[in-house]
Design a protein around this ligand. Structure first.
Ligand code: PRP
Ligand code: MN
Ligand code: MG
Length: 183
């Protein structure tokens, strides 16, 4: 397996751009939730990098929990059904929740999770997402704290994977076509 850098076609969003956008969103969230007990719910696995950077940029103390959801499997196209790989460890009843996501594509994962958390009795549910692909949206979900909008290209890095790899890249990039063809 070749080095990651040799498999990248081009970088779409640099680490510096990610950091500055996350700082901006974190300042807004810190202001909006000051004085309230906030629970961050990160959607594993893609949201891991965003959660770490975002939570460290917040100036208020928060709690964190994790839910592992999958709609993509190993392909580049969403299956359309959300699978719970691992559930939360806390009761969300009466809690103010901010879902942390790496990317909103069709919107199916988020729509399912927002409904589910409300069904479980959360006091409020908002969404922070680093990336959105507006041209791919199929389901309407309100993303209150939104980072970058990107074109309809399959991207990896900063938590986003292709067949479970490339999550460890520190920027957002498009892979060389040969990488997908080799799969
Ligand atoms: C990806 C991504 C989002 C979701 C977005 O997760 O991290 O959670 O898909 O797609 P949607 O808006 O069409 O639902 P994936 O299913 O690949 O699981 P992963 O986070 O473990 O990579
Ligand atoms: Mn995900
Ligand atoms: Mg994935």
């Amino acid at each position: 397996i070749a080095d990651v850098q040799d498999q990248i076609d081009h970088e779409l969003i640099s680490k510096a751009q990610i950091d500055s956008k996350i700082a901006e969103l974190a300042a807004q969230v810190s202001e909006d939730y000051r004085g309230r007990d906030l629970l961050l719910v990160a959607v594993l696995k893609g949201a891991v990098n965003t959660l770490v950077a975002f939570s460290q940029a917040l100036s208020i103390p928060v709690q964190m929990d994790f839910m592992s959801l999958s709609s993509y499997g190993d392909g580049t196209v969403s299956s359309g059904t959300v699978t719970v790989r691992q559930d939360l460890s806390v009761d969300v009843r009466g809690r103010h929740i901010l879902i942390v996501e790496d990317i909103v594509d069709s919107g199916r994962t988020l729509a399912w999770l927002v409904d589910e958390l409300k069904r479980r009795g959360a006091a409020s549910v908002e969404v922070m997402a680093l990336l959105q692909k507006p041209s791919r949206r199929e389901v309407d979900v309100d993303v209150k704290y939104s980072g970058y909008e990107i074109p309809d290209e399959f991207v990896v890095g900063f938590g986003l994977d292709y067949a479970e790899r490339y999550r460890n890249l520190d920027s957002i990039a498009v892979l060389k076509p040969a990488v997908y063809q080799g799969a």
